[in-house]
Ligand binder design. Structure first.
Ligand code: HEM
Length: 424
């Protein structure tokens, strides 16, 4: 870490002695070196560090593996409904983290029996996805995306490939007609990840309208898709709940899976253990996907949980209504559970990248994400066998986010390849 990367120490928020010495997580100056940041926080604060978010808002960053496991296992004590937060009076309407913590009546913020009902219906609806069919769909989507740039001999694998593929796959799982897919994908991209010209709120409104129409159409004509299975589910969800939860599913799937693909391609194209040689010998794609979940997990920090009552955690006094952030990346690299990080993680899937407990990424979403990510990496390496990163690997830039870990761009070069239209 260079001097300019050193996280700034924030003044303690008024009336909060526990946050003296808290580290500001808003500067993003350490985005290139988050592993170093987590080591430093662990060294100075232990398993639970006082941090300050944008606008001086205090929170706890849970860094220890055992502590993240404990917090996520105790959903009555560390609960998910953000209306429990005691800080709402000091949160401005334009607070940049509102999209993550602003209460919505979706599965994300429900608790207890109501959460189990909503999340169980999502699991059952996702469980109806035929994974072999999903794999073929993803291979077809991958071929089409590669066709669009294969003749150029160059591409940005984040914008041209990794961001689009999971979104197209999930939209297909939801049974959206092909004719409506481009508009929905454009609006979803704008609402999840606004560029300068987009109005994310208007785009989100259009997404909601479109999903609403999709759900209405499935009342008349059910199909082999996720919305139809949610409508038919014994949980008896209302249309409004189904619309909210479908948007949550699509949004929850898109960015993490896109970054899982991007981070895996980066690893395979820049680390000689995975590099292609003419004589063959590529380490398995499955191994690279798993290593990324340990070392560069897509959801590096998840916001969050709120304490339902006063309690203690790793020697810290946690007050009712305090906000806790799940430090998933830090937990995965906690020396208490991985004393020898260099030993690698082959075969070990005990990482917390899909979180844990009641609100973890619902089964079988992690499996579906793996089918999507694996197909994406396989087809790309198959179609462009001499693909290589077009810049010095050390200059690849991570996005300025403490929440998601993904590259701004992954520029690559390869021998121009023929299009595969008709192959699939
Ligand atoms: C097909 C792809 C995916 C789908 C459909 C999906 C779906 C979901 C849903 C619906 C939730 C909300 C669960 C709840 O609040 O009860 C969730 C949470 C989550 N997902 Fe996924 N997801 C996908 C891929 C991924 C990937 C690739 C990652 C990271 C490697 C990931 C990590 C997480 C995490 C960390 C949470 C938060 C859990 C918590 O609050 O403790 N997901 N996902």
């Amino acid at each position: 870490m260079t001097d300019t990367d050193t996280p700034s120490e924030a003044p303690a928020p008024p009336g909060c002695p526990a946050h003296a010495g808290a580290v500001a997580l808003d500067g993003l100056q350490f985005q290139q070196t988050t592993a170093e940041l987590y080591r430093k926080l662990r060294r100075e604060h232990g398993a639970v560090a006082p941090v300050v978010l944008d606008g001086g808002v205090p929170a706890w960053l849970v860094l220890g593996y055992r502590e993240v496991h404990y917090v996520t296992s105790n959903d009555q004590l560390f609960a998910r409904d953000s209306r429990r937060w005691h800080a709402w009076d000091s949160i401005p309407d334009d607070w940049p983290l509102l999209p993550y913590v602003g209460y919505q009546p979706s599965v994300l913020f429900t608790e207890g029996a109501e959460h189990r009902r909503r999340s169980g219906a999502i699991s059952d609806a996702l469980g109806g996805v035929d994974q072999f069919e999903l794999q073929s769909t993803c291979e077809r989507i991958a071929d089409q995306l590669i066709d669009a740039f294969a003749g150029r001999g160059a591409a940005d694998l984040m914008a041209d490939y990794a961001h689009l593929l999971p979104l197209l796959a999930v939209v297909k799982m939801c049974g959206l007609p092909d004719s409506e897919t481009p508009d929905l994908v454009r609006d979803l991209t704008a609402s999840l990840d606004a560029g300068e010209d987009d109005d994310p709120v208007a785009a989100y409104g259009r997404v909601q309208d479109r999903i609403q129409r999709l759900v209405e159409s499935r009342h008349q004509r059910p199909g082999p898709d996720v919305p139809s299975r949610l409508l038919a589910h014994e949980a008896g969800l209302t249309d409004e709940q189904i619309v909210q939860d479908l948007i949550s599913v699509i949004a929850a799937a898109q960015q993490p899976t896109a970054n899982w693909i991007g981070n895996t391609l980066r690893l395979m194209l820049t680390d000689e253990r995975f590099s292609v040689t003419l004589s063959g010998g590529r380490r398995s794609i499955g191994q690279a996907l798993n290593e990324v979940l340990w070392e560069d997990t897509p959801t590096q920090n998840f916001i969050g949980r709120w304490a339902a009552r006063d309690t203690q955690l790793a020697g810290r006094r946690i007050r009712q209504g305090d906000l806790l952030i799940l430090g998933l990346a830090a937990a995965n690299t906690d020396p208490q559970v991985r004393p020898d990080a260099a030993a690698g993680a082959a075969g070990n899937q005990a990482h917390l990248s899909f979180s844990h407990g009641e609100h973890q990424c619902p089964y079988p979403a992690p499996e579906l994400a793996e089918v999507i990510a694996k197909a994406a990496v396989e087809v790309l390496l198959d179609r462009l066998p001499d693909v290589e990163v077009a810049v010095d690997a050390a200059t690849l830039v991570w996005r300025p986010s403490i929440w998601m870990r993904g590259l701004e761009a992954l520029p690559v070069e390869f021998s121009p390849a023929p299009v595969a239209q008709g192959l699939g």
